[in-house]
Design a protein around this ligand. Structure first.
Ligand code: 6PG
Length: 457
């Protein structure tokens, strides 16, 4: 089997080595010739160079491949994807050749590109997660679409992807560009889980006065049980690191956090679709908030005015609260995927989606089994619900900021306690005559309500 790969950055290079190792003959190209040379020398040192051909331009790539061709793009999302597609058309790709965009592209671009290139070649999309290590040894692959070309390369992706209990973490999750939507939501959940771990760390560090090393030990202990996850274990490792003077490395890092955009897209899409994902939105805004002020100055001010108070938190309760908050981040993400799938008629299979997240990706976690059991799990988690309520309350009382913890408690409370939407409905009708809906489903105005109620009774 022969596949081509364009873009030999960190992800491209590692995926290339992974695929060659699985037995694929790879034709690879990068506009920077050094990237090709580096890949070749890595492949040589691992005894796999005979299945690798580095080409110096896309024309050569197209000529070398037997038709129908399969070409993977691992180039930065945006205009570059179109630039490469157009160059490949000029170089001679044909209708039944397939080009798979494997970057962190916006799914809306994927939909447009499918239309734009429909008579030129088969355009398909696949989100890949797992960073360099995942790409090299087995990433999660969230593909989509029903292009004929998939049949040729799917068995190879199934081998190159991570596997969980013998099942591959490659799947075509749904129609059209839904793979990129699923990868986008994966990143939205990733933002929420990262921020949640950071908040639990802060609660333990500032709220209870523990050192980063002590927090690392707690995270490590949690990781040994059901709570084991990639993000928790790397956080434990990071917090255990020290410099030569035995000072925590984490204290040497500035507080401002950047972002490439997928978390923001998740929040934007959720708002547009009217699907509530407060924990995911809060995580994006938490990053924005780190950039609005000089955080060092803000921190000094906080300490100077003694605005924070210590908290008295039971570790078991904190663990329960963290467990539930983590599960709720996935629940919100899955609800968003389900809603988008219904709107766009993508037929996304949520169990296949979860299958791709079981190993290889950044949000992999042992407790995904509970998420796979369905959306009604909250009812069975009374102890955890009470813990989340208590911990969120104590966190707020400390005076520190816990955007994801607080938003997740709000989300849970909204699902499990009486709503106050009736008064907002009445307010809208009061000043704007927007109409109100009664319990029996009737649409009327506030002024008619007394009469209607009398009739119903
Ligand atoms: C993955 C990661 C990967 C990347 C994010 C980072 O699944 O392998 O999510 O895609 O690390 O794009 O996103 P930010 O730079 O926005 O944090």
């Amino acid at each position: 089997m022969q596949v081509a790969l364009v873009g030999l950055g960190v992800m491209g290079k590692n995926l290339a080595l992974n695929m060659i190792e699985k037995g694929i003959t790879l034709v690879a190209y990068d506009k920077n010739p050094h990237a090709g040379e580096e890949l070749l020398s890595c492949a040589k040192s691992q005894g796999m160079a005979d299945r690798l051909h580095i080409v110096s331009d896309l024309g050569d790539m197209v000529r070398r491949l037997e038709a129908p061709r399969s070409i993977l793009l691992l180039v930065p999302a945006g205009e570059l994807v179109d630039a490469v597609c157009n160059e490949l058309v000029e170089a001679g790709v044909q209708c039944n050749d397939m080009i798979v965009d494997c970057g962190n592209s916006n799914y809306k671009d994927g939909i447009n590109r499918k239309l734009k290139y429909q008579n030129k070649f088969e355009f398909a999309t696949m989100g890949i997660s797992g960073g360099a290590e995942g790409a090299r040894h087995g990433p999660a692959m969230m593909a989509s679409g029903s292009e004929g070309g998939w049949e040729r390369i799917e068995p190879w992706f199934e081998k190159a992807a991570a596997s969980y209990n013998g099942e591959s973490c490659f799947a075509r999750v749904g129609q059209s560009a839904s793979g990129h939507f699923v990868k986008m939501v994966h990143n939205g959940i990733e933002y929420a889980l990262m921020q949640l771990i950071a908040e639990v760390y802060q609660l333990l560090r500032i709220g209870t006065g523990r050192s980063p090393k002590e927090v690392a030990d707690i995270f490590n202990e949690w990781s040994e049980g059901q709570l084991n996850s990639y993000l928790l274990s790397i956080s434990s490792h990071i917090l255990s690191l020290e410099n030569n003077k035995q000072e925590p490395l984490v204290d040497l890092i500035d507080n401002k956090v950047g972002a490439k955009g997928t978390g923001l897209w998740t929040a934007q899409n959720a708002l547009e679709l009217g699907i509530a994902v407060p924990s995911l939105v809060a995580a994006v805004q938490a990053r924005h908030l780190t950039n609005v002020c000089d955080t060092t100055a803000a921190q000094e001010m906080t300490y100077a005015t003694k605005a924070t108070s210590k908290v008295d938190i039971e570790l078991d309760e904190l663990k329960d609260a963290f467990t539930l908050a983590s599960l709720l981040a996935y629940r919100q993400g899955l609800a968003l995927i389900k809603g988008a799938s219904r709107t766009h008629q993508w037929k996304v299979d949520l169990s296949k989606t979860l299958q791709t997240w079981r190993a290889g990706c950044i949000i992999r976690a042992d407790y995904l089994d509970s998420v796979a059991q369905g959306v009604e799990f909250i009812d069975t988690l009374e102890k955890e619900s009470n813990a989340l309520r208590k911990v969120a309350g104590q966190a707020v009382m400390s005076g520190l900021a816990f955007p994801v913890l607080a938003s997740t408690q709000t989300y849970l409370a909204t699902l499990t306690t009486p709503s106050n939407g009736h008064l907002v409905q009445a307010q809208r009708d009061y000043f704007g005559e927007h109409g109100i809906k009664t319990h029996s489903g009737e649409i009327c105005h506030l002024t008619d309500l007394v009469e209607i109620d009398a009739k119903v009774r």
